[in-house]
Design a protein around this ligand. Structure first.
Ligand SMILES: Cc1cc2nc3c(=O)[nH]c(=O)nc-3n(C[C@H](O)[C@H](O)[C@H](O)COP(=O)(O)OP(=O)(O)OC[C@H]3O[C@@H](n4cnc5c(N)ncnc54)[C@H](O)[C@@H]3O)c2cc1C
Length: 385
């Protein structure tokens, strides 16, 4: 039986980021991914994600500045541009604009290379005529679209360049977890070949499959997996500038009476695919083992009607839906913790990608026996039922 230093289960954004950080520190790392890099069943696929600094919620807010810096570090190491500075705008009756500006400044997030500009709706519509704005508009030019597919490649290439090994099409079955390490069977999807290995440290970054992979070995809170359906719309004018965008509905406000509203809409331009728009966290529960990649036509209809009213720059009649999962802990916060030889990185819901290179650093710290952030531990009060 082969003895490994660190085995990472899952080659999505979080597993690859952890492998990169560990390999940089000279650790011997093997990543196994049951699919390919950016496979459609995982949550990290697609061309774009948003780096959205316009939310006032701790403790995730406190991770944003180091996450932005971690992206710059990964760009420098990989030679790829990952945060091209498309900009991001937030507006709507439910946007706590003053609070967001204050928190961005107090937390040290705004300043240096990450700004915050406050605009009126008329000025914003002059700059970005593809979007109809409501109320105060916040704009951060340096944030916005993350090149998600490039980020996965940057992480994988940088990890391999630093000595990590990544095996694709290999599924891990965790057989035993003891204080000194974990015993795992690795099965190749192509050949069916099985190999039993022993890892001193096991990092589980298995997204929607976390409970299936690990649930019988350590106590986990219930992780809710939901099928989310954002859509892409074609643009009328490819020459228009499109920042990423968030529209915070004011559900108590009479102007938000239409029944298509949900609390927060996010969107961005994805080159080659169109303008993406999605309601944040409205999907129905699903099971990754039996998932049929269903599209909820009601959600799609709500997005189409939203676009008719608020996105004059897109053809709302032509819509392509996407199916993607959120995996969410009971209190909505990430899980970044270690139990014996097992590091658990889970519950990234619809917010994880912007933090990925930083989560990799936290995952590597945990794998090396360091402490993790208390707010994201498995023993925090929010996970006690
Ligand atoms: C529609 C949508 C929009 C989003 N928008 C944003 C956004 O704008 N900004 C943002 O910051 N975040 C966003 N997110 C969230 C972000 O994409 C996710 O939080 C992040 O990608 C999760 O990464 P992960 O590595 O935890 O999971 P995954 O990418 O799912 O990776 C887990 C991997 O583990 C593999 N695996 C599982 N079990 C095994 C096993 N036993 N053996 C081998 N491999 C295994 C799976 O195949 C999978 O590839 C969005 C998510 C979705 C779905």
């Amino acid at each position: 039986m082969a003895n490994l230093d660190v085995l990472v289960v899952g080659g999505g954004a979080m597993g690859l980021a952890t492998a990169w950080r560990l390999a940089r520190r000279g650790r011997e790392v093997l990543v196994v991914e049951q699919d390919g890099i950016g496979g459609l069943a995982g949550a990290s696929h697609g061309g774009r994600r948003n780096f959205n600094p316009h939310f006032p919620h701790e403790p995730h807010l406190g991770l944003l500045r180091p996450a932005f810096d971690a992206y710059r570090e990964l760009e420098a190491e990989s030679g790829r541009t990952l945060l091209p500075g498309t900009g991001i705008v937030s507006h709507g009756a439910g946007l706590p604009a003053e609070l967001v500006v204050r928190r961005m400044r107090e937390s040290g997030l705004a300043g240096r290379d990450l700004g915050i500009e406050v605009l009126g709706a008329d000025e914003a519509e002059r700059r970005w005529p593809g979007i109809r704005f409501d109320g105060t508009v916040l704009h951060t030019p340096e944030a916005g679209g993350i090149r998600a597919d490039e980020t996965l490649l940057a992480l994988a290439e940088s990890a391999v360049r630093r000595g990590a090994e990544i095996r694709l099409g290999v599924r891990a079955e965790i057989e035993r977890v003891e204080d000194e390490g974990a015993e795992v069977v690795l099965e190749s999807a192509g050949t069916g070949a099985r190999e039993r290995v022993r890892a001193r440290t096991l990092v589980v970054a298995a997204g929607a499959w976390t409970a299936a992979a690990l649930g019988k070995h350590i106590g986990l809170p219930r992780l809710r997996v939901t099928e989310e359906n954002p859509v892409h719309f074609p643009r009328y004018d490819a020459g228009l500038d499109w920042p990423s965008f968030n529209h915070w509905a004011g559900l108590e406000d009479p102007r938000y009476r239409e029944d298509y509203w949900h609390p927060v809409l996010y969107g961005m331009l994805t080159p080659g695919e169109g303008v993406k728009a999605g309601w944040h966290a409205v999907g129905a529960e699903t099971d990754p083992a039996t998932r049929e990649f269903l599209v909820d036509e009601r959600v799609v209809d709500h997005l189409r009607r939203y676009a008719e009213d608020w996105l004059p720059g897109v053809d709302a009649s032509r819509v392509e839906a996407v199916a993607c999962t959120y995996t969410t802990a009971p209190d909505g916060l990430f899980i970044l913790d270690r139990v014996g030889p097992v590091v658990v990185l889970a519950g990234f819901a619809g917010e994880g990608f912007k933090f990925a290179p930083l989560i990799g650093r936290i995952g590597a710290d945990l794998a090396e026996g360091g402490p993790g952030p208390e707010a994201f531990s498995l023993s925090r009060p929010g996970l006690r039922t």
